[in-house]
Design a protein around this ligand. Structure first.
Ligand SMILES: NC(=O)c1ccc[n+]([C@@H]2O[C@H](COP(=O)([O-])OP(=O)(O)OC[C@H]3O[C@@H](n4cnc5c(N)ncnc54)[C@H](O)[C@@H]3O)[C@@H](O)[C@H]2O)c1
Length: 322
């Protein structure tokens, strides 16, 4: 059966998904809607049979998509999800789910009521390293975790604005929080310290913190700290280290290193996680079988709640219970 897909948002990550969908048989990207008709038409020109729209409702009415990809910045969520829930149209939405918690939790409840197929762009879950880490965790007791997102500042204007992006921890480091939850279970408490050290002096309009560290307590008794910075001139460590009674697991986008007393084993990620994420979602839309989707809206809403608790803690100076 041929599937028609429409996109809200025409930026970098939209193109990532479009290129993966092109490799799946029987999928037609049929519409793009963005902040201007011109940009939507530019994106549509690249694909035979696609059309650009300035208005999301008009696109839904005309294209009648089988599924929609929501690839807009964090502050632009809400109306699109509500329209899709109302019409019962499955969607894949990029992380983070928004910039505050209330709306996201309301949307999660509405999606559950409708039993709508959703997927959220936590693509790290599709790395082979994560499957291997879960396997090793079944035979070991994790004690603590250290997570990192140490890099430079993405130069899209919305990213440096706290109200529009939610800040680095909610926008980027959410991948690390999500991995921690996926591997080790739920988080119960967050205590965060964030600061502005240099980016606000160098780039106009910076209201986000450029350094931060968050201490987390988990349901299973583990403790973790997840730190991030966007003031570096170069990319550095991005990933999660797990400390267990069998050794250390260093999880990165390239793979995983398992350090044990007798040996150190390196596992390389060979598959494209974005391809796997798209295939799992399209399969679910076609068949109703959602078992391949590793991150749906309900689950992602829990990751979102952790990052929002961290933001609240950084603002108030107090630990926040989740
Ligand atoms: N999974 C990942 O690893 C990953 C990677 C990159 C980006 N992302 C996420 O995807 C989202 C978009 O990022 P991007 O890099 O594509 O950004 P971008 O700035 O390149 O593109 C954003 C797009 O959204 C459109 N847009 C902005 N406000 C809108 C609104 N109110 N209504 C409709 N469209 C609007 C813009 O015109 C643009 O086309 C972000 O939340 C980001 O975190 C995820």
């Amino acid at each position: 059966m041929g599937l028609k897909i429409a996109f809200l948002g025409t930026g970098g990550i939209a193109q990532t998904h479009v290129s993966r969908l092109a490799k799946i048989d029987g999928v037609q990207v049929a519409g793009f809607c963005g902040t201007s008709l011109e940009k939507a038409e530019r994106a549509a020109r690249e694909i035979a049979g696609a059309k650009g729209y300035a208005d999301f409702t008009q696109m839904l009415d005309e294209v009648k998509p089988d599924a929609v990809y929501i690839t807009v910045p964090p502050m632009a969520h809400g109306e699109a999800e509500l329209a899709l829930i109302e019409r019962g149209i499955p969607f894949l939405v990029e992380k983070p789910l928004g910039v505050e918690n209330g709306l996201v939790q309301r949307l999660a409840a509405a999606i559950a009521d409708k039993k709508l197929v959703t997927s959220v762009g936590y693509h790290w879950r599709y790395y082979e390293a994560l499957a291997k880490a879960r396997e090793l965790l079944a035979e070991s007791k994790p004690g603590m975790a250290l997570g990192y997102w140490m890099g430079n500042m993405p130069m899209v204007p919305w990213w440096r604005n706290q109200e529009q992006s939610g800040g680095q921890f909610a926008e980027q480091t959410t991948h690390i929080v999500d991995m921690l939850r996926y591997l080790c279970g739920e988080v119960t408490e967050a205590y965060a310290a964030f600061a502005q050290r240099s980016m606000h002096e160098k780039v106009e309009g910076v209201t986000v913190a450029d350094v931060g560290t968050v201490t987390l307590k988990l349901c299973n008794g583990m403790v973790a700290t997840v730190s991030n910075t966007c003031l570096l001139p170069v990319g550095h460590t991005t990933g999660l280290d797990l400390y267990t009674d069998r050794g250390i697991m260093e999880i990165r986008s390239t793979g995983m290193k398992a350090i044990e007393r007798e040996r150190t084993t390196e596992y390389r990620n060979m598959k494209d996680p974005f391809q796997l994420e798209n295939e799992a979602f399209i399969h679910a839309v076609r068949t109703g079988d959602t078992s391949g989707i590793l991150s749906d809206y309900a689950d992602s809403a829990k990751t979102h709640a952790v990052t929002m608790a961290a933001n609240e803690s950084a603002e108030t100076g107090r630990a926040v219970t989740i």
